[in-house]
Design a binder for this molecule. Structure first.
Ligand code: SF4
Length: 329
């Protein structure tokens, strides 16, 4: 494919988020090379919804949230997975696809995942021996290995309710935990981790956008604080927010989350308008096309996800337990 055709292919998708044909021609040599290497190496590229549009619409085969993408990758026949996201998401993909090579283009952390270690979980267990430990999927494999069950922002209530224990230690997202408290009969103990992206929103921002755009529906991620959640029209996971926008008859939305989700709405639902403000995740946005190219051509040691067998076995069991509890009616 020549560069002109590649630039036009990119422009078709990226023009919806404000890219010009000149912008597209600048990245066309790189997207061409990445897409060629991907085929040669029998690889698939996954992009979290918080990645930049050139990654989502230039090279990714699938766009979504961390757990959903890891499931998709585990079901695909391929040799290699390049996961454009933060480190723990690469680990989740590796847990579900141990036979595949999993690469993360850039070694990026996450304020939530890094707020807690496996040693912290052991200490919590000692302090509360009768409590069950539910970990949010935004944790390292080592933390998952020390927990009883994992959960996502979509199924957190269901998983907590299905636990046999009355006392539950929920790690590491304190804000998601506080949002959940009013919706469960369990005694919830929290860890003080937060997502720096969602923690930054305030109720005042929501009020201001409502005043300026009275017709807009306001949607927030459940990683936001309870005083923000109580002001919005809908709270949920990234996928639930996207589904809401797609299915809604309304056409103006504020998305109280990372800016990448707004880019997805603009690119995939051009009839819907995104208003107000959003926050950037410095970790997610730390990945560039050049990092994907390096991962495919000459992966650095730290770009290849490896998980010690003893940790992988226990962390996978924590994910499997989530799947089992999810099935309970
Ligand atoms: S958006 Fe929040 S939870 Fe997601 S990677 Fe960034 S800091 Fe972590």
């Amino acid at each position: 494919m020549d560069l002109r055709i590649e630039s036009e292919r990119l422009f078709k998708r990226l023009s919806k988020v404000g890219w010009t044909i000149e912008d597209c021609s600048l990245i066309a040599p790189m997207t061409l090379e990445i897409n060629m290497l991907k085929k040669e190496q029998d690889a698939i590229i996954l992009s979290h919804s918080y990645q930049s549009p050139d990654i989502m619409y230039g090279v990714a085969d699938y766009i979504g949230d961390s757990y959903g993408l890891s499931i998709i990758a585990s079901e695909k026949k391929c040799r290699k997975i390049v996961f454009c996201s933060v480190h723990f998401m690469g680990e989740t993909a590796k847990l579900l696809s141990p036979e595949k090579e999993v690469l993360v283009p850039s070694i990026q952390g996450c304020s939530l995942a890094e707020s807690i270690t496996a040693e912290d979980v052991k200490m919590l267990r000692k302090k509360h021996p009768k409590a069950g430990v539910v970990c949010y999927v935004n944790t390292s494999a080592a933390v998952k290995a020390e927990s009883d069950v994992c959960c996502t922002s979509s199924n957190v209530i269901k998983i907590v309710e299905a636990m046999p224990q009355k006392d539950i230690i929920f790690i590491p997202d304190a804000l998601m935990g506080k949002n959940m408290m009013s919706m469960t009969s369990k005694n919830i103990m929290l860890w003080e981790g937060t997502c720096i992206v969602h923690d930054k929103f305030s109720p005042e921002t929501v009020h201001e956008v409502r005043r300026m755009y009275p017709k807009a529906k306001i949607l927030a991620h459940t990683e936001c604080a309870p005083d923000v959640i109580k002001e919005v029209d809908m709270a949920g996971s990234t996928s639930q927010m996207l589904k809401y926008v797609k299915e809604s008859a309304e056409n103006e939305f504020m998305l109280v989350t990372e800016c990448g989700l707004g880019d997805r709405v603009r690119a995939e639902n051009p009839d819907k308008k995104v208003v107000g403000t959003c926050n950037l995740c410095p970790y997610m946005k730390g990945i560039m096309l050049k990092d994907i190219l390096t991962a495919l051509k000459r992966p650095r040691k730290e770009q290849v996800i490896t998980i010690p067998e003893s940790i992988a076995k226990k962390a996978k069991a924590t994910l499997v337990r989530m799947f089992e509890l999810e099935q309970i009616k």
